[in-house]
Design a protein around this ligand. Structure first.
Ligand SMILES: [Mg+2]
Length: 390
């Protein structure tokens, strides 16, 4: 008698995809003669920086964020290519078409990385490995780009798994194995553990993620992380409930109010908008988002609505930096002699606040905590305190 066991159904399933050396690979898609050649994308020396290094030049020690001059010393035969943003944008859009066809919910966290919610696809694709291979193949067929794919029960484990199986990787971390999967990785692999925190932990004698769970270090870890330790220890076991959030870029957030009496008092309108902006920017920071622009809206006593759009110099989520643009839009909009019954502001073109970095509000809070710890030493600074301060 044989037993045929059906694959285990996952309580939650997230698929993470990351294009291998996106910019360098895109150059090969455009010109296949560059395949296997020692290429890198970046600015020319003396001041240029490497934006992406192909896998062919990595054995020489060339990596992104390195000065081009240094990269040329390490690898004199390096072929340096300028960035081609329109090409990256086009490839990104093609990949988005593929992911929106395959998945009910996809979150692109940067131009070449996405999370997909695949829990409900399990009846169609009961085997995670087969699903991962399908996604790899579909993306390659559509773009010529090779991805590393990881499937796990949460975003953090999926991301760490993919980072450690590049290039051309396909990895599945099954439910219940998260803790043992994470255990041997260095502390720095966890999102939110920056170089400063890592060096403090190493000084205490901790080296791997499993050390964070060791009761031997309870006291110093409590001193270092305060209430944040509970969350950090959950993460170290692969407990991670961060949801996949779709279409962040197309969303906007807004506040408006109607006054009891119509007004043309400019300082009053400014104060009202300033208050709204403070709240909206706070919300963005809490969600790890930033806005590329704003829209100010006025309704006058004749119920005529006018709006004025403003664009920030770059995506922002800190209201003092956003205010000059919002204020300027208000001034442009106000007409002499008009009274207003409503004023409002919307923040538009929302994006992840730190593309490429791990994107959740707790990572941001820990980042802030990192900075505080660096400044004030290892006093008791909890996550709760930091996020309330924001
Ligand atoms: Mg990538």
């Amino acid at each position: 008698m044989t037993y045929h066991s059906a694959p285990q159904r996952w309580p939650r399933q997230i698929l993470f995809g990351d294009v291998d050396a996106m910019f360098a690979s895109a150059a090969v898609v455009k010109d296949p003669r560059l395949a296997g050649k020692p290429i890198a994308v970046g600015g020319p020396p003396p001041r240029g920086i490497i934006a992406a290094a192909s896998y062919a030049v990595r054995p020489f020690g060339v990596h992104s964020a390195m000065p081009t001059a240094k990269a040329l010393q390490l690898c004199p035969q390096l072929i340096l290519l300028p960035p081609d943003r329109p090409l990256y944008r086009r490839l990104h859009e093609t990949m988005q078409t593929v992911t929106s066809r395959l998945f009910p919910l996809t979150e692109w966290s940067s131009i070449d990385e996405f999370y997909a919610e695949t829990t409900d696809l399990q009846s169609l694709h009961p085997d995670a490995l087969t699903l991962g291979q399908l996604v790899k193949d579909e993306l390659y067929d559509a773009t010529g780009l090779c991805c590393t794919i990881a499937v796990a029960t949460g975003k953090t484990v999926a991301k760490i798994a993919a980072d450690n199986h590049k290039p051309d990787g396909l990895v599945v971390v099954k439910p219940g194995t998260e803790r043992s999967f994470l255990a041997p990785y260095p502390l720095r692999a966890l999102p939110g553990i920056g170089p400063k925190t890592a060096s403090k932990l190493v000084a205490l004698g901790l080296t791997t993620i499993s050390d964070l769970l060791d009761p031997r270090w309870d006291q110093p870890l409590h001193r270092l992380f305060g209430h944040g330790l509970v969350w950090l220890r959950e993460l170290a076991q692969g407990i991670d409930r961060e949801p996949v959030v779709a279409d962040r870029a197309s969303k906007s957030v807004s506040r408006e109010t109607t006054f009891e009496r119509d007004t043309h008092d400019r300082p009053f309108l400014e104060r009202t908008l300033r208050g709204f902006l403070r709240e909206l920017a706070h919300d963005l920071r809490q969600e790890g988002l930033a806005a590329g622009g704003c829209a100010v809206k006025l309704k006058d006593s004749r119920f005529t609505i006018t709006t004025k759009h403003g664009r920030f110099p770059h995506a922002l989520n800190y209201d003092p930096d956003m205010w000059p643009t919002v204020k300027h839009a208000l001034h442009e909009l106000m007409k002499p002699g008009a009274d207003y019954r409503l004023v409002g502001v919307a923040l538009t073109a929302l994006t992840q606040s730190a593309p490429g970095l791990f994107d959740n509000r707790r990572a941001k809070a820990i980042e802030a905590m990192d900075a505080l710890i660096a400044r004030h030493g290892s006093s008791v600074i909890g996550l709760g305190g930091v996020s309330q301060e924001e």
